[in-house]
Design a protein around this ligand. Structure first.
Ligand code: ADP
Ligand code: YYY
Length: 669
């Protein structure tokens, strides 16, 4: 997951390959609650691991469920329809509507003392209609902040006063989660009599109710659905664990990759984990994407999407059936001929953020003309490629805003897109950007590289690592490659001498070098990070690096590090030879005295003994060799910016490099 302040996505060109989607959030949290209410143990496979499922799991543990991880699956032992006596808990539910609403209903019916709270935005998301529905039954629920909104206090109910025979009424036009919550919790009161729920007003998001009914059936509760207006839970209903259950991949998450397939040139995208027979309503996004021009084939558990009509075709669509996935249509509209209208989306206003306002604001930043109404959005794309703007997309702590705007990186003007707070995707799809980059391609020259060259111990490695971390970029420690080459020659008993140049180069070409995601350096299965860090290894590296054939043998390996979303490369010739077109080249220096002192401290702190005078003599000798060699000598590239770090702290150097980097970016806020 990208934990950076922002993520700059370079202009993307094409897409191809396979993605496996994470489990559906809606199904995951419903399954967890139903398993929690059931008797016995349920083994849940393919559960989504995200912020919203994590808060649900913590809450379920707090009310007495037992959770055990078993490989990739989770075993959850439920409470069998009744809380352990005296249960009381303070539950924090983040911004998870799929936890707050159903838990409110279930806990209010179960008895026990609870407070339910969340992040500030959760306290702005309405829950009054659900509370009103539950109060008709005699439930005791108080508002701890504003009336109609969390946080809530729940106390044991007094069911004697309740008229369970009368239908329970609930509004259906604000959030379908209110009805879902009642449907999942009311079997707790249906032991002796039928319970009827009546929907007041038009029922929005019916597909989500469909998921609820399907899953209730899997847990032994057969609800009678009378034309989506009345629902009857039959007397004698009891939650029965199905024993084992698989969570489908998230159909709303599929929308980004369906859109990707429709927008990007290339062989197309295969999406695994969800298919035409999905129980999730958002699967009907497929039809909307087809109407805009996507070519889609599907099977029971997969979708294959290719670009068809291009540019896409604008549509005018009632999106009541695909409320979450429809946001993706707003970004697809940027690539359509004509004006796209998304209607019947009033529920967007009470989601993670006011999504109508958010989409309108961010689409405008990209150059689109947008009209927003109480329950609709009308998007006209930029008239000409030159009208596109490089935008910094604000994401409002809303995972879907972050994910759908990543697709703006296919703009015809080849502008990068900045996604602020990319970690907000953790709500449903923590590795979304990794998945996106794994199927996207772009010409190498569009992938940014920051080069940091300079003499030994000037701080290149330290600064490169920190800058890479702040930007979410990959890292190339090119010195490590020469260190490995020197070590390998040494181990093979080959003297590091020009007469053995070809032999060493041949050896280097066969070396199984790998850098892991956690910056481990592997030679085959051996972690050689420590072995190559000695000063002798540094000197061997300097010698071996003067051999042109060895340098040539390492070029393609280094070029392969230039991957999405970007790279920070540290070495001697990053800016002069390997990445001459890099948009930022820093030549980092420090006085010999300062560098010797830094290296001394560094070695001592690692428990390696050192002598400062000898170190200084060695590093000056190494500088001289690196600068005077005939091939790729150490020198600043003509367009490099020099930075003397002798008197600067690490943070000051990092800030300077990031400042230069920002100056080169085209983003407007
Ligand atoms: N201002 C500074 N900039 C970079 N590194 C510094 C600075 N001050 C002290 N150091 C320290 O200098 C040491 C050498 O840095 P390193 O990144 O290994 O250099 P290089 O990769 O250029 O050989 C590290 O221990 C680092 O923490
Ligand atoms: N791009 C590079 C990187 C390193 N080298 C050579 C020259 C250096 O003395 C050695 C070791 O490099 P490394 O960056 O690991 O060394 P320091 O950490 O700066 O001491 O490799 C090179 O020739 N070209």
């Amino acid at each position: 997951m990208f934990q950076t302040e922002f993520l700059d996505i370079p202009a993307l060109a094409s897409a191809g390959g396979e993605v496996r989607l994470p489990g559906s959030k809606s199904i995951s949290n419903r399954v967890l609650l139903l398993a929690a209410l059931s008797e016995g143990t349920t083994q849940v496979h393919d559960l989504l691991d995200s912020d919203d499922t994590r808060v649900m799991l913590t809450a379920l543990e707090q009310i007495g469920c037992r959770l055990e991880r078993e490989g990739d699956s989770l075993r959850i032992t439920g409470i069998g329809g009744a809380l352990p006596p005296g249960t009381a808990a303070e539950l924090f539910l983040g911004n998870a509507g799929t936890a707050m609403r159903p838990l409110t209903a279930a806990l209010a019916l179960l008895g026990g003392e609870f407070t339910l709270s969340g992040v500030p935005r959760m306290h702005e998301r309405p829950i009054g209609d659900l509370v009103d529905g539950l109060r008709q039954l005699g439930c005791s629920i108080d508002y701890l902040g504003n009336d109609g909104y969390p946080p809530l206090r729940i106390a044991p109910a007094d069911f004697r006063a309740a008229a369970v025979q009368a239908p329970i009424q609930v509004r259906g036009d604000v959030s379908s989660q209110f009805l879902t919550s009642l449907l999942m919790a009311l079997p707790l009161r249906a032991a002796a009599q039928d319970i009827t729920i009546e929907v007041v007003g038009e029922l929005i998001s019916k597909p989500y109710i469909h998921i609820t009914l399907e899953l209730l059936a899997r847990f032994g509760i057969a609800v009678r659905n009378d034309n989506w207006q009345r629902f009857q839970i039959p007397a004698g209903s009891r939650y029965r664990s199905p024993g084992e259950i698989h969570v489908e991949a998230d159909a709303s998450s599929a929308s980004y990759f369906i859109a990707l397939g429709a927008i990007a040139a290339g062989p197309g995208v295969r999406i695994l984990g969800v298919g035409a027979q999905s129980i999730q309503g958002d699967i009907r996004f497929v039809e909307a994407a087809q109407a805009m021009g996507a070519e889609i084939e599907s099977g029971p558990n997969w979708l294959q999407v290719r670009r068809g009509r291009w540019p896409l075709q604008a549509i005018d669509l009632d999106c009541n059936h695909i409320p979450d996935a429809a946001m993706t249509l707003g970004v697809m509209a940027l690539y359509a001929e004509g004006t796209t209208t998304l209607r019947n989306i009033a529920s967007w206003r009470v989601k993670e953020t006011d999504r109508i306002a958010a989409m309108a604001c961010e689409l405008r930043k990209l150059g689109a003309s947008v009209e927003e109404g109480a329950d609709y959005l009308r998007v006209t794309p930029p008239a000409r490629p030159a009208d596109w703007r490089a935008a910094s997309i604000h994401t409002y702590d809303d995972h879907r805003v972050a994910m759908c705007f990543s697709l703006a990186a296919f703009n015809p003007q080849q502008l990068p897109v900045r996604i602020e707070d990319p970690k907000c995707v953790a709500k449903t799809f923590p590795d979304y950007f990794e998945a996106l980059f794994s199927v996207c391609e772009t010409p190498r020259e569009r992938i940014p590289v920051i080069c940091i060259d300079g003499p030994t111990a000037s701080g290149k490695g330290t600064i490169a690592a920190e800058v890479a971390q702040r930007l979410g970029y990959g890292i190339l420690d090119s010195g490590a490659l020469y260190r490995i080459a020197g070590l390998a020659a040494h181990r093979a008993g080959i003297a590091i001498d020009p007469v053995h140049e070809e032999e060493i180069a041949a050896l280097v070409r066969t070396l199984p070098i790998r850098f892991t995601a956690t910056q481990q350096i592997l030679l085959g299965d051996e972690d050689i990070g420590h072995a190559i860090r000695s000063e002798t290894a540094g000197m061997d590296a300097s010698r071996v690096s003067a051999l042109p054939a060895v340098r040539a043998a390492l070029v393609s390996l280094q070029l392969n590090f230039q991957r999405l979303p970007g790279l920070v490369a540290d070495g001697r010739d990053m800016g002069t030879v390997i990445f001459p077109a890099a948009p930022l080249k820093v030549y980092l220096i420090a006085s010999a005295e300062c560098r010797a002192a830094r290296r001394y401290k560094q070695l001592i702190s690692k428990g390696i003994s050192a002598n400062i005078t000898a170190l200084r003599a060695d590093l000056e000798a190494r500088d001289a060799r690196d600068m005077l060699r005939s091939v790729a000598p150490l020198k600043p590239a003509p367009d490099a910016l020099s930075l003397d770090s002798s008197e600067l702290s690490i943070e000051q150097v990092v800030e300077q490099v990031l400042h230069w980097w920002q100056q080169r970016q085209p983003f407007k806020g």
